[in-house]
Design a protein around this ligand. Structure first.
Ligand code: G3P
Ligand code: CA
Length: 242
């Protein structure tokens, strides 16, 4: 079965990377969510896509320059202010606690350490995963593949997946070299041949970000391992009809 992951929750209709967005994806019947992790000045792992808070909150500046307490004053739903008064940026810990009682529900944690080298983000992330007993329910992904190798060295049993935009030759071989169990290509870099070859080699393929219904349908028909979408509710409906 093709797993449907709500991208940043259900980011097409809810404020991305917030608890209401994750809950919406879960309620829509998604098999998992995807979220992005950055780190505050005082070392708290927080769930926000950009290095800066500007696009998704009412604040300005780099996440790394805020303490956790300062960050809590920002509104992560200000673009949706007719619907919500104020929504905080969640911590990774909060999302993991929320995921604890959701049997089999998957959480894809994307480490956003491609631009900023957050100190020991791999170690802190794995510690949080272990504390919440979710080692079997998470996938750690990153565009920073060196970071994935670090994760494997710390906790070889936690599944990892390499994010990339394009241009990887035989990506299944590359994944094996870095000991990743999966590849997460941009959807344009995911022809059926790549899916078939990678999966035949035991490497899971989960393209991002799939928002067009015809591509959702194709990936489900091709038995692709999974995909990320801003509209998990649509994807679930399409899968039901197959
Ligand atoms: O993890 C898939 C996707 O989220 C990667 O790209 O920019 O949306 O974080 P981005
Ligand atoms: Ca992401």
């Amino acid at each position: 079965m093709t797993n449907i992951f709500g991208h940043r929750g259900a980011a097409g209709t809810y404020p991305e990377n917030t608890m209401v967005s994750f809950e919406a994806a879960y309620k829509a019947g998604a098999d998992g969510i995807e979220l992005d992790v950055q780190m505050t000045k005082d070392g708290t792992l927080v769930v926000i896509h950009d290095e800066k808070v500007n696009r998704t909150t009412n604040g300005t500046g780099f996440v790394k320059d805020f303490t956790y307490n300062e960050l809590q004053h920002l509104d992560a739903s200000y673009k949706f202010k007719k619907l919500w008064k104020k929504i905080r940026i969640p911590t990774l810990e909060e999302v993991l606690a929320w995921g604890e009682n959701k049997k089999g529900f998957l959480i894809n944690i994307e480490l956003k350490n491609g631009i900023i080298d957050y100190p020991e983000i791999e170690k802190s992330t794995i510690k949080a995963i272990e504390q919440h007993g979710l080692k079997e329910n998470v996938i750690i992904s990153s565009f920073n593949h060196n970071s994935l190798v670090k994760c494997k060295n710390i906790a070889p049993e936690i599944v990892t997946a390499a994010l990339y935009m394009e241009g990887l030759y035989k990506p299944w071989n590359y994944a094996k070299e870095i000991r990743a169990e999966g590849i997460h290509p941009q959807f344009r870099a995911t022809p059926k041949e790549v899916i078939d070859s990678a999966q035949a080699e035991g490497i899971a393929v989960r393209p991002f970000t799939v928002n067009k219904e015809d591509l959702m349908g194709k990936l489900i028909s091709w038995n692709c391992s999974g995909f990320f979408t801003d509209y998990p509710e649509k994807a679930v409906e399409i899968r039901k009809k197959k």
